[in-house]
Design a protein around this ligand. Sequence first.
Ligand SMILES: [Zn+2]
Length: 100
Amino acid sequence: MSTAIRIDCPVWCCDSARHSVDDVMTSTDGRIIIGHSGPQFGPWSAGSDTDISTGKTVELSVAFDEVVLKERGYFISEPDVLRRIASEALAAAEWLEANR
Ligand SMILES: [Zn+2]
């Protein structure tokens, strides 16, 4: 069972009520961080990390989540699917600009 911890999350964090010590990890450059999950834009997942030692949010980003794509049964060989993903990428880009 995980121990709940109190983290000051960005307002858009979808995990704010359920962060636990299991969410704490070490970044590739050795910082101790906790990840925040933001909104989904189709297969695009927004999020960021907070550096535990400084309390600062770092690396606000949007990542392509292939699992979501497969769960929806999307096949990129279909032009309409590619148009939908492009539209969702545009929405993700606008969210990223608005939250920097
Ligand atoms: Zn959070």
